[in-house]
Design a protein around this ligand. Structure first.
Ligand code: S3P
Length: 742
């Protein structure tokens, strides 16, 4: 087979320092260029380049390097760029691509425009985010760019084939290529690279000038060494960078000095609370660095990750496990803890991406939150009126609960706020909360059709209303009760059917009176919350996957510990028992105002039933896995009155029906439910989970009764509600493995 064509025929690398030399040697090693010609102001470096095998040929002049090359890479110090451009311009072939590797992009564009009079379409600025404190051609390393990012900042007028070839070249070195605007690049780099270098240079210089300098350096601990490693970087290069990226760097220095001043004042004033707030926010930020880099605060944008579940058929489910903490209660523990006076300590907090999004949003509003560490979180409440305006939009990932409950809370704050989410959340209806909040006096803008993002205007005076909820939704109820804490007078909500009452229970636990009258809950605004201890039980919605798994798999016997048994959540147990499941409820107890029990579940032969409509809101999140139970049961299961399932993280009626069909199980979809005739053979196949965590986990459970392997696509979102699902499923006997990044 012929070797693949190189991406460029002849590449001229001008400047054979660390970056130029490394790119040249990577192009040679990975055969990305037919010939690599090098030029350096110091002729001996070019000769050394040939000797070291970094380049194919050393050019004696710039003219010789550039002539006949179809790619020219400028790898010279930023402030030498203009002079080099002037010299090479007359010799550039018309269709040659010209790029650079400099750390500031607006200065490169300015130099090109000064020399060419315009920005030619074949000039494509570039910047590899890789380097080392070492410099010079001897440090050239063909692997320098592997697993690093390269940023290209092509203008709109840039020639597309040039952009794609340059992208292919950089990808060939093992780098990931991103494109962005020049201005954005320079802002981001000023913050993430230029400022840290400045601080390192400055700190080492300051300390070197102290009287005790010898001792400081002699006893320098690892932290000092790590922190100041980059102060050994090339001074000329960095002097160029700061002078060329002046404006962006000045902005970030101002920001930093202001924050440093604030810490100084806090230390001077003995203000430990400020120190703790800043340090714990920074610790969390550092720990979630990679997630933050995706620009989404601490919440991973799961649609960027590809995780596939691969299921082998059959197996039994046995053991003794505890599933992670309840998602609904975890959200609420942070919300009420933040608004309370004093400290709230939470045990059993769900470290899933949904509840972490809530936690992060409160940090962004100035609340000090320590943890989470093994489910333990300590919240330093700021009181009902202590939240501060966030610096930017609050990103809530995949979490509908967070967005709806936040809408109520934020409608009453003195500052403006914006709530955004991922692709799935951006499709979900928010009019159901925005409309009644507007009736209370809130000012909220939504995108078309009442979808996110929500833009909430602060400083509004809210007045209590009575609201008859058209849908049975705990999220809507909770949203209005939270807004009601701030409203004048009484806010009351009547629900058409009982929904989960964690907000009401937790409010009571924090000392805020909630009045109950049949299906109506009400609060009077103007009270206060008092922090305390919260013990979050295991999430019955996560336990549900294992309740069904152990019921349908032969020879199963599984105990689930410390499961939340709130009567508004036990629909799944009622329904499964009615289908004939063998579920024993053991050690019933009440912990922190919530009933909890251990559940022992053993294999049983299930039968189809008409699911009582009053159970629908009590099992609203468990239907995907209940459909799997129905498919394994004998006879027909009919679900009605469940149109709400169509507006969850996916349209759970249709997506489940499609998934079952992919495994050979026919069902009848109705507008508000589904009819499933159990006992059909469940085959192997490929499932599209539509990035819905509960769909992924339900089909993982289905594998126990399938007769072939099942592949489930787009499972990264399982981390929103059930981190560690794969390990726990494996531990109990479900034959699951994964493909892709987790
Ligand atoms: C939740 C309420 C339910 C549920 C969701 C969590 C809550 O939504 O589906 O997973 O924590 O209040 P609705 O109340 O909108 O049905």
């Amino acid at each position: 087979m012929a070797a693949p064509e190189p991406v460029f025929r002849r590449v001229a690398v001008i400047g054979l320092g660390l970056i130029g030399g490394s790119l040249a040697s990577a192009m040679r090693k990975y055969r990305l260029a037919g010939t690599v010609v090098g030029f350096d102001r110091k002729a001996e470096d070019a000769a050394l380049g040939v000797e070291l095998g970094v380049i194919d040929e050393a050019a004696g002049s710039l003219e010789q390097a550039v002539q006949g090359s179809d790619l020219i890479v400028l790898a010279v110090p930023v402030r030498a760029t203009r002079a080099v451009l002037e010299q090479i311009q007359p010799f550039l072939a018309e269709d040659a691509v010209l790029t650079d590797v400099g750390s500031t992009k607006s200065s490169f564009i300015a130099d090109v425009e000064a020399v060419f009079g315009t920005l030619p379409a074949n000039v494509i600025p570039g910047h590899p985010i890789a380097g080392s404190e070492k410099s010079g051609i001897r440090a050239a390393n063909p692997e320098l760019f592997a697993h690093h990012k390269v940023i290209l900042t092509p203008a709109d007028s840039a020639i597309p084939s040039g952009v794609s070839r340059l992208t292919a070249l950089w990808e060939g070195t093992g780098a990931t290529v991103l494109t962005m605007s020049v201005a954005y690049h320079d802002e981001v780099l000023a913050a993430t690279s230029h400022l840290p270098h400045l601080i390192a240079f400055s700190l080492v210089d300051t300390l070197a000038g102290e009287d005790e300098n010898m001792d400081i350096f002699r006893y320098a601990a690892g932290g000092f060494r790590d922190f100041t490693r980059i102060a050994a970087s090339d001074p000329v290069m960095w002097h160029d960078i700061f002078l060329s990226n002046r404006d962006a760097v000045l902005r970030v220095i101002d920001h930093f000095t202001q924050d440093l001043d604030q810490l100084r004042s806090a230390i001077a004033a003995g203000d430990g609370a400020t120190l703790l707030r800043v340090f714990s926010r920074a610790k969390a930020a550092r720990e979630h660095f990679s997630k933050m880099l995706s620009g989404q605060a601490y919440v991973t944008n799961n649609s960027d990750k590809q995780v596939t579940f691969l299921m082998q058929p059959g197996g039994s489910v046995r053991g003794d496990i505890r599933v992670p903490g309840d998602k609904s209660m975890s959200h609420r523990s942070i919300m009420l803890g933040a608004l309370a006076e004093g400290i709230t300590e939470v045990k059993g907090f769900l470290e899933g991406e949904d509840s972490l999004a809530t936690l992060q949003a409160f940090r962004d509003m100035g609340v000090t939150i320590e943890g989470p560490e093994d489910g333990f979180v300590r919240i330093h409440g700021v009181g009902m009126n202590g939240l501060q305006a966030p610096r930017g939009p609050l990103y809530l990932g995949n979490s509908g609960t967070a967005m709806r409950l936040f809408a109520g809370l934020l409608a009453a704050q003195p500052f403006d706020s914006e709530l955004s989410g991922d692709t799935s959340l951006s499709k979900r209806p928010m009019g159901r909360v925005a409309d009644p909040l507007r009736a209370m006096g809130a000012v909220i803008d939504t995108a078309e059709g009442g979808r996110p993002p929500l833009k909430i205007r602060g400083g509004q005076h809210l007045t209590g209303i009575h609201y008859d909820m058209p849908v049975a939704s705990a999220q809507v109820k909770s949203c209005l009760l939270l807004a009601g804490l701030y409203a004048e007078g009484v806010t009351s909500v009547t629900e058409p059917a009982p929904t989960r009452d964690h907000t009401e229970r937790m409010l009571q636990g924090f000392g805020y009176h909630v009045h109950h009258d049949g299906a109506t809950a009400s609060v009077t605004g103007g009270g206060k919350l008092t922090g305390g201890a919260i013990d979050v039980p295991a999430d019955i919605s996560s336990a549900a996957f294992f309740l069904v798994a152990a019921s349908i798999a032969p020879d199963s016997d599984l105990t689930l510990r410390h499961v939340g048994m709130n009567p508004t959540r036990v629909g799944v147990i009622n329904i499964l028992r009615q289908m004939g499941a063998d579920i024993e409820v053991l050690e019933e107890r009440v912990i922190g105002g919530e009933p909890v029990a251990d559940l022992r579940v053993r294999s049983a032969s299930l039968k189809g039933i008409d699911i009582p409509e009053d159970q629908v809101p009590l099992a609203i999140d468990e239907f995907p896995v209940l459909f799997i139970a129905a498919a394994c049961a004998e006879g027909r299961t009919v679900l009605r009155g469940a149109e709400e399932l169509r507006v969850k993280e996916s349209d759970r009626i249709q997506v489940m029906a499609d998934g079952l069909a992919a495994l050979g199980v026919e069902t009848t979809v109705t507008p508000d439910g589904i009819i499933i005739d159990g006992g059909q053979t469940i085959g192997g196949g490929t499932i599209e989970s539509h990035e819905d965590h509960r769909i992924s986990m339900s089909f993982a459970v289905a594998s126990l009764r399938a007769n072939g392997p099942i592949r489930i696509n787009d499972c990264a979102n399982v981390a929103t509600s059930f981190p560690g699902f794969v390990e726990l499923a494996k531990q109990t006997g479900i034959q699951i493995s994964t493909e892709g990044v987790q």
